[in-house]
Design a protein around this ligand. Structure first.
Ligand SMILES: [Cu+2]
Length: 529
């Protein structure tokens, strides 16, 4: 890497030792990590404010955004990114960064094949850039981390590149406004949009810059899945609060202007002690005793969950998975426990008809401890006639890639390592540099990638979906089914994925979706030619 290009501030920031030093000095070498696998990677940040009891706040439903125009076969939207004050904890005012004034941001509902054009206006104090996670998006709208939308008043400070993209001659920047085009030429699924600014993605998402983008199609409609009130998007995040009600986050530069990175104890990831679903702490939702469709997103920066839905008798309900990150499965997969890494989505059917009216089902996180073991609760409040079923073959259009189709196999190690004068998170031994080409693939080629981890790394590829071929040299796990865009590597583990690079040419990325790792180097360029 070039020190000059990566910038002075990053070297400064990452000069540290301590706990992170231990991590890299062999404390978590692969063999040791395999022997006693930790439940997560990151450090807990504790709130300094009294936290509300669980299951008191009703589950909010993110508002569906109305288009400003639907003319010409295109749905046009406008979103203003701005500061707002939210009531997240009851009676407490919390300043947040928002898409359109709410956290999570408004949901965009799209039809397969019908383009969505979103004009984003940046009224926040720092540059931003929008990425549609899981979207098959032309490169110019994919939200490359230096393709920034600068605030009207933004001026460079201190001669470094952050915000200015000086190290990246290909950066396409605009002031205040940028239009993003999403063709929605992909299978029905639930995507999410979030900030992707180089070096500052983690704190921007933490402050609130995330929202859902749902694509629907005719095939999905034919299945007559639970819809309306019975389809529940669940955006799960963890956060921590200061005594004054503001969100706490261990940024080195609280203004998020110059110095990227977090305080040293949190280098492996920031975990909050409050679990929010759709922006509400440990909420409760009243349901009829029928099947519901839960569309779950882990929008946490670093926290992993292992979800189970437990009734008042301690029985774990079946979580019937019908879809993965990139859409419906070929066959449903039934789980009692479901691991959920940052950025992963699961499309689940849960039958509350197996619970008596008056009963309660708690969604729990087996990887949490104390209050972070709870996520939310469902109260079964009335009987209702069941008119849906579990489809035996939700999808028939999964890509047919076979190992023999691959023209190339590549290998990437996701590991902590030396970065500048300190440590960072590296792919193939190198920290992110926008000016360097890491991988060049040919449009249409099928490739197998072998991904190797030291600690937990949820690895995400832009542009394409992939299938998981193997984990630790064995068959994939049940929750690896279907088309994915994020694979959760466990400590010391290697996984193989297969994908076809079709869609668009241009500059894309792959990176770790532990947002702190991503900000501290664990990202690489993917050029599709
Ligand atoms: Cu990582």
């Amino acid at each position: 890497m070039s020190e000059r290009q990566l910038g002075f501030s990053r070297r400064q920031v990452l000069a540290f030792g301590g706990a992170f030093g231990l991590l890299t000095a062999g404390g978590l070498a692969s063999a040791a990590a395999l022997a006693h696998r930790p439940a997560g990677t990151g450090a807990l940040l504790r709130s300094a404010i009294a936290l509300p009891p669980a299951f008191q706040v009703p589950l909010p439903r993110p508002q569906v955004l109305a288009p400003v125009s639907t003319a010409g076969g295109v749905d046009r939207y406008e979103i203003t990114q701005r500061e707002a004050v939210a009531e997240i904890l009851p009676g407490v005012r919390t300043p947040v960064w928002t898409y359109g004034g709410s956290f999570p941001g408004p949901t965009i509902e799209a039809r397969r094949g019908r383009p969505t054009v979103v004009t984003h206006r940046n009224e926040l104090p720092v540059p931003t850039v929008v990425h549609l996670h899981g979207g098959r998006t032309p490169a110019e709208s994919d939200g490359y981390p230096t393709d920034l939308v600068l605030p009207g008043s933004w001026t460079e400070s201190g001669g470094h590149h952050h915000g200015g993209g000086m190290a990246d001659p290909r950066a396409v920047q605009s002031r205040v406004v940028r239009e993003y085009t999403f063709p929605n030429e992909q299978r029905a699924t639930m995507l999410w949009y979030h900030d992707h600014r180089m070096d500052f993605t983690a704190p921007a998402i933490w402050r609130g810059l995330a929202g859902l983008h749902i694509i629907r199609d005719d095939r999905e409609k034919e299945l007559e899945l639970p819809d309306g009130e019975r389809e529940l998007p669940l955006v799960i995040t963890d956060r921590a609060f200061r005594a004054d009600g503001s969100l706490d986050y261990p940024s080195l530069d609280p203004g998020l202007r110059d110095r990227p990175g977090v305080q040293e104890p949190y280098m492996a990831g920031v975990l909050g002690d409050v679990i929010l679903v759709n922006g509400a702490p440990w909420p409760v939702h009243e349901v009829a005793a029928v099947r519901h469709r839960l569309r779950v997103l882990n929008a946490s920066n670093a926290r992993h969950y292992e979800l189970e839905a437990v009734d008042q008798d301690g029985r774990a309900l079946e979580l019937v998975q019908i879809g993965a990150d990139q859409g419906l499965l070929a066959a449903p997969v039934t789980h009692r426990r479901l691991p959920l890494a940052p950025a992963e989505r699961y499309d689940l059917l849960v039958d509350f008809g197996t619970v008596p009216v008056g009963g309660t089902v708690r969604l729990r996180n087996r990887l949490g401890s104390g209050r972070t073991r709870e996520v939310m609760a469902f109260r079964v409040v009335r009987a209702q006639r069941e008119d849906t079923r579990v489809p035996s073959a939700p999808a028939t259009d999964l890509p047919p890639w076979r190992r023999e189709d691959a023209v190339r196999t590549r290998e990437f190690a996701f590991r902590a390592g030396k970065m500048g004068e300190g440590h960072g998170w590296l792919i193939g031994g190198r920290p992110f540099d926008p000016a360097r080409e890491d991988v060049s693939v040919r449009l249409g080629d099928v490739e197998v990638w072998r991904l190797i981890a030291d600690v937990h790394h949820p690895v995400h590829l832009h542009l394409v979906g992939f299938r998981i071929l193997s984990r630790g040299g064995r068959a994939p796990l049940p929750h690896d089914a279907g088309l994915k865009d994020t694979v959760s590597l466990r400590p010391g583990e290697a996984a193989e994925i297969i994908t076809g690079f079709d869609g668009y040419r241009g500059r894309y990325l792959f990176h770790c979706h532990n947002a702190e790792h991503e900000d501290m180097g664990m990202m690489a360029n993917l050029e599709v030619r």
